[in-house]
Write a protein that binds this ligand. Structure first.
Ligand code: ATP
Length: 434
């Protein structure tokens, strides 16, 4: 078998730590190294899995390559050896996994891997489940340490074998190894220019509202910058405007970023579980409050009367100003992940605004003079003619928000969150976070 031409999907995950490396870099490196004795069949894949998973290093990414090769054993040996030598194995939270799916198995394993992938984006999966699946499907694999990376590796294989999911692209440029860990040198004005030249076909390169660069990370990993967009030519075009330190290599990935694949639609709060992400409809039932740390929180009530906290956290910046304008009775659709019994709002659709009133002391029905409070809970009294009244004056005031779709700014965007600019016409936003 090893000398026959055959196709193979390779899924890899959990090779990095906060101190260095990046699984996408390993993928780009492998693609380049394997290119001398294999052929790449389709774009490498970078999938983001459940964003609430606590074991993640940063964005819960996993990767897959699809190749054609003449020497299967050589490919497997090379990939395993590269992971063993490059993964941050000393870090207790780094537990790499790699899975190889041979062409002859594609049809037999596709459905199970596809649903595993979908579950890994929305749900929480145990290492045992991944180990059981890899052995049930009789796939070649290697699990390092506790093997948690098998979850992401299997998911990435499922994504590669399933052509059906909504996708976008990311162009990732990597730094030369000798500068890893040092300050990145990317000309900011070139990034603003790249955005100007290619938005809305690319997005989240810069944040115009907050006037900051979004696409350059700050951690010690090998990524120099990442350009996100709707297709390969758009991200390539944007990257061509970027002026920076030398790029060691780059890779364009097909990805589920910006698709809302993580969200589960529910009709009641009782269906909600921790560490999942939802679309939930409800009524605002408290005035939003801003707590220490700058996080703005309101309570949402569903039709059964159950309640849950919804938060616009401090990093969402100006989005909090919008949330602060909500009042009790407003009807909304909230999109976001649930941890610690709180929805972390990624975007919100305001469907109905409750009327707002200014409450004043009433005018005296007898003499027309403005009445005074008669004491706490005792209504009003006219000082001139002595008339009493229980009812204050309520004047409806104009709300300074309008129904529509609102999203967090690019600097606070979750990888998986679908941007308003990607929504179809019927859902057109009134306030994209830009
Ligand atoms: P980076 O973004 O820098 O590549 P990361 O944020 O992707 O890092 P990992 O180092 O890959 O983080 O760690 C995430 C771990 O969580 C992996 O071992 C992955 O297999 C596992 N994992 C991913 N999705 C799930 C899930 N739905 N349930 C349980 N475990 C998961």
């Amino acid at each position: 078998m090893s000398s026959e031409i055959t196709k193979m999907v390779i899924g890899i995950d959990d090779t990095d730590s906060r101190e260095g490396m990046c699984t996408t870099y390993l993928c780009a490196l492998l693609r380049d190294e394997l290119s001398s004795f294999t052929k790449l069949i389709s774009d490498p894949i970078l999938v983001r899995l459940n964003p609430t998973i606590p074991y993640k290093t940063r964005g819960n990414a996993s990767v897959a390559l699809f190749i054609e090769c003449g020497d299967r054993e050589r490919v497997i040996g090379h990939v395993k050896e590269k992971i063993a030598s490059m993964a941050c194995l000393d870090n207790e939270n780094t537990n790499p996994g790699v899975v190889f799916v041979d062409e002859e198995k594609f049809n037999a394993v596709r459905d199970k891997l596809r649903s595993f992938f979908k579950r890994a984006v929305k749900d929480v999966i145990t290492i045992d489940e991944a180990k059981e699946l890899v052995s049930e499907l009789d796939l070649e694999f290697q699990a390092f340490k506790n093997g948690r990376g098998l979850i992401g590796a299997l998911s990435a294989c499922g994504a590669m074998l399933d052509p059906e999911w909504d996708h976008t692209y990311e162009y990732l440029a990597y730094r030369k190894k000798d500068v890893w860990g040092t300050k990145r040198s990317v000309d900011e004005s070139s990034l603003f220019n790249a955005d100007r030249q290619t938005y809305p076909d690319t997005w989240d390169t810069v944040d115009l509202v907050n006037n900051i660069v979004v696409c350059v990370p700050h951690s010690g990993d090998p990524v120099l910058y990442g350009i996100r967009g709707k297709d390969v030519s758009s991200v390539e075009k944007a990257a061509s405007f970027v002026v920076s330190e030398p790029v060691e290599r780059f890779c364009i990935y097909r990805t589920n970023q910006g698709t809302d694949m993580h969200l589960i639609s529910v009709s009641s709060i009782s269906e909600i579980e921790e560490m999942r992400s939802y679309i939930l409809e409800g009524e605002v039932c408290s005035e939003p409050v801003t707590i220490r740390g700058g996080h703005t929180i309101f309570i949402l009530k569903d039709t059964a009367g159950d309640i849950i906290d919804c938060a616009a956290f401090e990093p969402t910046k100006n989005f909090r100003e919008l949330i602060r304008k909500l009042i009790s009775g407003d009807k909304v659709l909230v999109y976001g992940s649930v941890t610690e019994n709180t929805i972390n709002i990624e975007k919100i659709k305001i469907t109905d605004l409750s009327p707002a009133y200014e409450i004043r002391n009433p005018q005296c029905p007898s003499c027309g003079k403005r009445m005074k409070s008669a004491g706490s809970g005792q209504g009003y009294r006219c000082k001139k003619c002595g008339t009493n009244s229980e009812i204050p004056e309520r004047t409806e005031i104009k709300r300074d928000i309008v129904p529509g779709f609102y999203e967090v700014p690019p600097c606070a965007r979750r990888h998986l969150a679908k941007l308003l600019l990607r929504f179809e016409n019927e859902d057109l936003p009134v306030f994209p976070g830009r």
